[in-house]
Design a protein. Structure first.
Length: 235
């Protein structure tokens, strides 16, 4: 016997619980990263070097031609391999705080991943085109399949969204590895002291938690679409 929209009551309740839990975790992760970033953005590093200068030095030491520039916004830091530019946000670029150095070093970690042909980066880049399509169109295709009573069409949407799930899962080792590289470069280069390593790790771990929540959110959405498609087959 099936419950609301043909789902089993137990499955529907579990899915609803998952949605609520992921929402709560999302708010918690975003709040935590903002709180920890603010906390350590006021704590200066012992080296006193700005994040922009440190990033440039790290790139030169690794023989990279990637450039460092400033970008508007808060925590909008990123590396664009197509343009060969690391963009540091306004609060990071000229700051010598532990938080700023950790964030900048993380982006340099991404540069090193690309230049070292890091396997998870290659996998993520291969999945990206399909994942981009899936994130935009998969829910609509699945819903259309359900409305038309077409299991095959509904599953097309599910498979497209599966690419998005794979992308999010592969992103996890990419982000964790970039943070590990960042901590090693910060300490090996003398940009932070031994005691400051703990603080830098807290900043990076807080940011990593947001990617874990994003992966969980995508998993819940995938299961929801799969259950909708499965229900279509039972009609």
């Amino acid at each position: 016997m099936y419950g609301y929209y043909g789902y089993g009551y137990g499955s529907y309740d579990i899915l609803l619980f998952g949605v609520i839990l992921v929402m709560i975790l999302g708010f918690w992760a975003q709040g935590r990263v903002q709180k920890i970033y603010r906390q350590y953005s006021t704590v200066g590093s012992s080296s006193g070097i700005s994040a922009a200068e440190m990033a440039s030095r790290m790139l030169r030491q690794n023989g990279s031609s990637v450039q460092v520039t400033q970008i508007a916004g808060n925590l909008t830091d990123n590396y664009n391999p197509r343009t060969g530019v690391v963009s540091l946000s306004q609060g990071v670029y000229g700051s010598s705080s532990i938080a700023a150095l950790a964030v900048a070093a993380h982006e340099i970690g991404h540069v090193m991943q690309h230049e070292n042909d890091y396997l998870p980066i290659r996998i993520r880049n291969m999945v990206l085109p399909v994942a981009s399509i899936g994130s935009r169109s998969a829910p609509y295709i699945t819903i259309l399949g359900v409305l038309m009573g077409s299991y095959n069409l509904a599953m097309v949407g599910v498979y497209l969204f599966l690419a998005m799930l794979i992308f999010q899962v592969v992103t996890l080792p990419v982000e964790f590895n970039a943070s590990s590289r960042a901590l090693a470069m910060l300490q090996d280069g003398g940009y932070i002291s031994g005691d400051e390593r703990y603080s830098a790790r807290k900043v990076l771990n807080a940011a990593a938690a947001t990617y874990v929540v994003a992966a969980l959110s995508t998993l819940v959405s995938f299961l929801r679409l799969f259950m909708m498609a499965k229900n279509t087959r039972r009609r």
